[in-house]
Structures are given as structure tokens and as C-alpha cells.
Design a protein around this ligand. Structure first.
Ligand code: 5GP
Length: 194
């Protein structure tokens, strides 16, 4: 998606060989027009998949997901990072290990918002090692929902998540795929726009 790649090049910052900062338009300040275009692109890429619900993770997955949900006319559910370890009634829970934060978080979603007749599109802001996506898949599987696919705004293709998810047979669509990061340098995977 060219406008997203242009935005990453003009406003993103490679903090290191593994971390990209995009606070200007996705992770802190949000560019609504770009989110709208991202929503439209997800709609196009998952057309005909029978999506009934979008599942994402708070907080940075919410903006692109809401735009996709608006355009696809389906509700958006965001998994919460759990505060209370005791209130478990009606909750599906899973665990996410964060390499960037070096900690494990529990995430949860109310079972009533994910049902077995749902066909779920999972959306997240970044795909790195695949732990967040795997936890969202786990929640959808616990609910016995179908999984239409996984939509990612920015995939860091040099990390293992994309390969793992595709090897497991998931339909993964990433709107920008980064081949290489170095301090001050961002390179994309060369691919044909569709
Ligand atoms: P994974 O679970 O695939 O290892 O990492 C994905 C999650 O970690 C995303 O939900 C995102 O919040 C965060 N993340 C991973 N890499 C980056 C990065 O380079 N930049 C930012 N801003 N977030 C990242």
C-alpha cells in the first residue's frame, strides 16, 4: 500500500534494527484519513470471506479496526489487557509475550462478543514474532469462531511471525512489509501492488 509506505518513510523512525516508531500516525497521534484508507484496503483484501466481526487488541489495533469495521459494516471487538486476575466469569483469556517489553500479559474478551457462528477477521498494528496474533487466534478458537484471516498494518518480515502464521495456513495480509530496519533506515519487501 503505497500511501502507507510513503507515510512510514516520511514520518516513521527506525529506533534500532528491530523497532519502528510510528507515533505520528498510528501509535499515539492517529491520522484518520490514513486509517480510512487502511480500512478500505482491508475490506478489499478480505472481500468475499464472509467476515462477521473484527477482533483486535487494545490499544493500537483499534483505530484501523474501527475504520475497517465501518466500511465492512461489522462490529469490532478489542481484546483487553487484563487488569483483574479474579474476575473470569464469561471471559475467554489468553497470554501474549511481548519481546519489546519482555513481559507476559493476559488478554481477554467477553465470550458473548465472539460466537461460534462468527467469522472473524483479526487485525493488529504490527506483526513481529506473532505472539499477539497467536493470542487473538487462540481467543477466536476458544470461541469456536471461524477465522477469515489476519490483517496487519505493518509486518516486520525479518521477524518470524508472518512465516509462522502462513505456515499454519492462515491468510495473512500485511499492508506494508518491512524487509530491513537499521537506525535511520527503512527498507520494504519488494512486491507487486494488487
Ligand atoms: P508480536 O506479538 O508479533 O511479536 O508483536 C506485535 C505487537 O508488538 C504489536 O501489537 C505491537 O503493539 C508491538 N510491536 C512489535 N514490534 C513493534 C514495532 O517495531 N513498533 C511498534 N510500535 N510496535 C511493535
Amino acid at each position: 500500500m503505497d500511501i502507507l509506505k510513503d507515510k512510514i518513510l516520511s514520518e516513521g523512525t527506525a529506533l534500532s534494527e528491530s523497532v519502528l516508531k510510528v507515533d505520528n500516525f498510528l501509535n499515539h497521534q492517529i491520522d484518520p484519513q490514513l486509517m480510512h484508507e487502511i480500512g478500505a484496503e482491508f475490506k478489499k483484501r478480505f472481500e468475499g470471506k464472509g467476515v462477521t466481526k473484527i477482533l483486535t487488541l487494545e490499544s493500537s489495533g483499534i483505530a484501523p479496526s474501527v475504520m475497517a469495521g465501518l466500511l465492512m459494516d461489522v462490529p469490532v471487538v478489542f481484546a483487553r489487557k487484563r487488569q483483574s486476575l479474579t474476575l473470569t466469569d464469561g471471559l475467554l483469556t489468553s497470554e501474549v509475550y511481548s519481546y519489546t517489553k519482555q513481559e507476559t500479559n493476559q488478554i481477554c474478551v467477553a465470550h458473548k462478543f465472539l460466537e461460534e457462528d462468527d467469522t472473524v477477521l483479526i487485525i493488529d498494528d504490527f506483526l513481529a514474532n506473532g505472539k499477539a496474533a497467536e493470542a487473538l487466534i487462540d481467543l477466536a478458537e476458544q470461541a469456536e469462531s471461524n477465522i477469515a484471516g489476519i490483517g496487519i498494518v505493518i509486518e516486520k518480515s525479518f521477524q518470524e511471525g508472518g512465516g509462522l502464521l502462513r505456515d499454519r495456513g492462515h491468510h495473512v495480509e500485511s499492508l506494508a512489509r518491512i524487509a530491513n530496519l537499521a537506525e535511520g533506515k527503512i527498507e520494504f519487501v519488494q512486491e507487486r501492488e494488487n
